[in-house]
Design a protein around this ligand. Structure first.
Ligand code: 3PY
Ligand code: MG
Length: 260
């Protein structure tokens, strides 16, 4: 029997709760066929990007469907900390949200307010949306499941966020912290220098501080070695690269190998 979306999400959440590493990638391309490939490859989740991709809401919904069909948890990264953007992707079936550039506890609280129904938050409510199977899931059950299962993830990707981490970690309703090394490096004046000891130290500090809290930690990794390294140090939501980076890398290698 095929895994259902409920099984996929339950297994995914359990892994995160048990601090078992999970593997995903960012989806930047527009074709849901690409998303399915990562499901068939046995990945746990995808982050369907809208911050740096051409994907609009229709494309996002098709990626969500592809993820559901291929056993992936479909997380969506919104373009900014905006309740209307968070509401729209969650109502259309995202299993979680990643919000970029969350630098203060007040900003983290705004994310929770937008992503959770009362009493934890003030997410706008409609019981007939895709996430509620257009009303086929009874309203009460839908709300309870949504508040329990939706993964609320904030990005720590600015040195200001690192300085405010203790207060951000204390915000109730946030499930996980996701480190964005690229933006973080820019905020430290060392853009893209991923092996700079200053950046590695700050990332290690965020990992350790988060591990000591009740939130789990995730990080964007550039390759498998990077992901293994952070998994060994306790990171559990590991994204390796993006679909576009992986295609570019394969194309580059093939071109070099054929050498014509
Ligand atoms: C970053 O590295 O800045 C990211 O946002 C990765 O997703
Ligand atoms: Mg970023």
């Amino acid at each position: 029997m095929n895994k259902t979306m409920c099984d996929t999400q339950a297994v995914f959440i359990e892994k995160l709760a048990n601090r078992t590493p999970t593997l995903g990638t960012f989806i930047v391309t527009g074709d849901p066929f690409v998303t399915e490939i990562f499901g068939w490859a046995g990945f746990d989740f995808v982050v369907i990007d809208t911050e740096h991709s051409p994907n609009d809401i229709s494309a996002v919904v098709n990626h969500i469907r592809a993820a559901e069909l291929s056993g992936l948890s479909p997380i969506v990264r919104v373009t900014k900390n905006d309740p209307s953007l968070i509401l729209r992707v969650l109502d259309n079936g995202a299993s979680g949200i990643v919000v970029p550039q969350v630098n203060t506890a007040a900003e983290a609280k705004a994310v929770v307010k937008a992503a959770r129904y009362a009493p934890q938050g003030e997410r706008g409510i409609a019981g007939v949306v895709r996430a509620a199977r257009c009303g086929f899931t009874p309203m009460e059950q839908y709300i309870e499941n949504a508040n329990k299962q939706v993964q609320v993830i904030v990005q720590i990707e600015h040195i200001e966020a690192v300085q405010n981490l203790e207060e951000i970690l204390a915000v109730e309703g946030i499930d996980g912290i996701f480190i964005g090394p690229t933006d973080l490096s820019q905020s430290m004046g060392i853009t893209g220098q991923f092996n700079d000891p200053a950046l590695r130290d700050v990332i290690s500090q965020v990992v350790e501080q988060t591990k000591a809290s009740d939130k789990w930690i995730g990080i964007f990794c550039v390759n498998a070695a990077d992901a293994k390294n952070w998994a060994d140090k306790g990171a559990v939501l590991l994204t390796i690269a993006t679909d576009t980076m992986l295609i570019a890398q394969a194309a580059r290698e093939l071109k070099q190998q054929v050498n014509i």
